[in-house]
Design a protein around this ligand. Structure first.
Ligand SMILES: C[S@@+](CC[C@H](N)C(=O)[O-])C[C@H]1O[C@@H](n2cnc3c(N)ncnc32)[C@H](O)[C@@H]1O
Length: 670
């Protein structure tokens, strides 16, 4: 296991390897609200990128300019020299063995000059001619080459000097010297990457100093974001100008962001500062100069990238005028120690947000890392060695699944580990405690990571079962996939009641649970039965998401509680069917109600009222009558409702966090 991954999962990271959260933030740029804003409002217009690049594995299948998928009949083999013809889509660059492709002549014309002049073309040519490791993704280097060239052309690179600059094109690049001196993975990446960039820029020859390449690569590491425009892995990497890159991080953020590929208008003037609900602010004099730059020269950057994914920042909490607006740079479902380990190497700060500096620590951080036996005591003295061993084993199983794609082995290993470390649930927890030095519960971050992998692995086994026409086995695997997806959605939903920014990952998990269950139902019933369910459900349910503009926190909480009430009724009927013959899952009697974990978990819920209007229609939750001794069709009937409710609630949350334009919303017809 590599060092960084080992630290991610290891409790030793809690023992002061990184500076304490009490270190005050460095002065710099930040974004503040210009007016009072409700949750679920776009705070910026769509912001065009400074530079974008697809990850290597998407170069063949997506347009390198606009990031849209290429027509499916396009040849998938990158190095097929016959595909070098440019008379019909996909249009490709002949110089780098057609590594880079475009969906239209407009995209080709707009992007190819930058592709060639930035020497991205040469770098790809080199990579594919076998001089570089084939499994090494070059997106960061390519986006850095593109950024470097664009900055150079606009005179935005600092003049030659022996001192390293603090900013380039408005982007923070301080601390590079320290990073290089301290060494480690990131320093190595910058040194090696800087050389490869310099080599590409000098057509194979190495030019003495690579300082400028290293600075720009560091700007990419500190400021770039992964571009997520569809389900599955991120398509590429993008760097945005100050309009986006000046948003700081918080572990309890009040905003998140989405990417947009559509409706791009070349003449758009929407990036005028008047169309922003935020404006830059700073605490030190040097930064105030940059604030001026933002208003006066920042417009230059509008022409950087005509196509490519634009980014929109959106509020996920009510924000007061003057309040700082922050997004997250890391996975918020990790406990504080791991978030800190994640953030430090790339961003060089220790977060002092209200979540990180709360004393005693907030409930959500406590529960994410607490030994199951300590839930009632608020004491988290878990045995470190036991925890480390478990974390390592779980991580190894997950890493093996990612690299070797053996879902069966992953399910076996993870479930065996969970089973050997789990509490029994309900009132019998104490019975299982003897002999154990660490005990997992379902809200622990290690359990959540395991559920993500298990849901995915069982989904793969379900598809394999269907493909091999082993319907009984497929149904069994599909049940487990649905159960783990639901458990994950319910657990993060529960955590989001205590840390509301977690509604963003929660929306993904409910949508994924809904889709998994729907697939299971659709592959298990006849078309006729499906029609019957659909019409029956449509005629009685008013379960619709109400408008989300001007949504108050009380309304949102009330809607969430009502959703949980509805789904609990249905879930109690189909959970036993989903988990039958899966030993770990069978231990969890009620996946939506975590009160069985103990007294400490109950308290925060008592303050949640149910005021305000509901988003889920005027009718009460609807659930079909349950009869004992049901047949498979009746189980499916019940699961169908569960799928619809999960999808609709997931869509409701996704609309709040990402807006109705999000890719998460528009594919859903239910
Ligand atoms: C993408 S930039 C954000 C804007 C930056 N503050 C600036 O002045 O340009 C990322 C850098 O901002 C700083 N930063 C972001 N969030 C921070 C936080 N919560 N506390 C301290 N520094 C932070 C770190 O230096 C980080 O490397």
């Amino acid at each position: 296991m590599n060092e960084l991954l080992r630290k991610r999962f290891s409790a030793s990271s809690r023992r002061g390897l990184y500076p304490s959260a009490r270190v005050p933030p460095l002065p710099g740029m930040e974004m503040r609200a210009r007016e009072d804003t409700c949750m679920s409002h776009d705070l910026t217009p769509p912001i065009p990128p400074y530079a974008v690049s697809l990850h290597d594995r998407f170069l063949c299948s997506h347009c390198s300019s606009c990031f849209r998928a290429l027509p499916s009949h396009a040849p998938q083999q990158c190095f097929d020299l016959k595909s070098r013809s440019n008379s019909a889509p996909p249009f490709s660059c002949p110089t780098c063995f057609a590594s880079v492709r475009y969906c239209s002549s407009a995209c080709f014309a707009s992007d190819r000059p930058l592709h060639v002049s930035s020497h991205e073309c040469f770098l790809l040519h080199q990579s594919h001619s076998g001089t570089c490791p084939a499994d090494d993704d070059t997106a960061d280097l390519r986006v850095a080459l593109r950024l470097l060239y664009s900055l150079e052309m606009r005179g935005l690179l600092p003049s030659e000097s022996t001192d390293l600059p603090n900013r380039i094109g408005g982007l923070l690049v301080s601390d590079l010297q320290k990073v290089l001196e301290e060494g480690g993975e990131v320093a190595e990446k910058i040194r090696e990457g800087g050389m490869r960039m310099s080599c590409a820029r000098n057509s194979g020859g190495l030019h003495g100093a690579v300082m400028v390449e290293e600075v720009v690569l560091w700007a990419v590491i500190t400021n770039a974001v992964e571009v997520q425009v569809s389900k599955g892995p991120a398509l590429g990497v993008a760097v945005y100008g100050p309009w986006f890159s000046w948003f700081n991080h918080s572990c309890s953020p009040n905003a998140c962001y989405r990417f947009e590929l559509d409706n791009w208008c070349e003449e758009s003037t929407s990036c005028e500062s008047s169309s922003f609900r935020v404006s830059p602010a700073s605490t030190d004099e040097a930064s105030i100069a940059w604030q001026g730059w933002y208003h006066e020269e920042g417009g230059l950057a509008r022409e950087f990238c005509k196509y490519g994914p634009r980014i929109v920042v959106r509020s996920i909490k009510p924000i007061n005028k003057g309040e700082e607006v922050c997004v997250t740079y890391t996975d918020l479902l990790q406990p504080m120690a791991i978030r800190r380990v994640d953030l430090w190497p790339k961003y060089r700060f220790s977060c002092c947000c209200e979540r990180c500096s709360a004393s005693p620590q907030l409930y959500v951080d406590y529960i994410l890392s607490c030994d199951a036996r300590n839930l009632n005591t608020k004491n988290n003295n878990s045995a470190t060695a036991e925890y480390d061993e478990l974390a390592d084993l779980l991580h190894e199983a997950i890493a093996e699944y990612s690299s070797e794609d053996n879902p069966k082995s992953c399910c076996y290993k993870l479930e065996s580990l969970l089973l050997s470390q789990s509490s029994r649930g309900n009132n019998s927890m104490e019975n299982t405690l003897s002999g154990r030095k660490f005990l997992l519960h379902p809200l622990h971050h290690l359990s959540l990571s395991a559920y993500v992998a298990l849901a995915s692995a069982y989904r793969s086994l379900y598809i394999i079962g269907l493909y091999e026409e082993q319907n009984g086995e497929a149904l069994k695997m599909g049940r487990a996939a649905a159960a783990y997806s639901l458990l994950l959605a319910a657990a993060t939903h529960y955590l989001s009641l205590f840390e509301s920014s977690l509604i963003a990952p929660t929306s993904h998990f409910w949508l994924s649970a809904g889709e998994t269950i729907l697939n299971l139902v659709q592959s298990s019933i006849s078309g006729k039965a499906k029609e019957k369910y659909e019409s029956k459900f449509r005629s009685v349910s008013h379960f619709q998401c109400a408008k989300i503009e001007r949504l108050s926190r009380d309304e949102f909480m009330s809607n969430s509680m009502q959703f949980i009430e509805c789904i609990s009724t249905i879930l109690s009927r189909c959970w036993p069917f989903l988990v039958r013959s899966f030993s770990y899952l069978e231990k969890i009697e009620d996946p939506i109600n975590f009160t069985w974990l103990g007294g400490a978990i109950l308290r925060p819920l008592c303050s949640l009222g149910s005021k305000g209007t509901t988003a889920f229609g005027k009718s009460k939750c609807f659930a079909w009558e349950y009869q004992s001794g049901r047949r498979i069709e009746e189980e499916m009937n019940c699961l169908y409702q569960l799928a619809i409710y999960s999808l609709r609630y997931g869509r409701y949350l996704a609309t709040i966090c990402y807006g109705p334009q999000s890719y998460l919303i528009d594919k859903l017809t239910i």
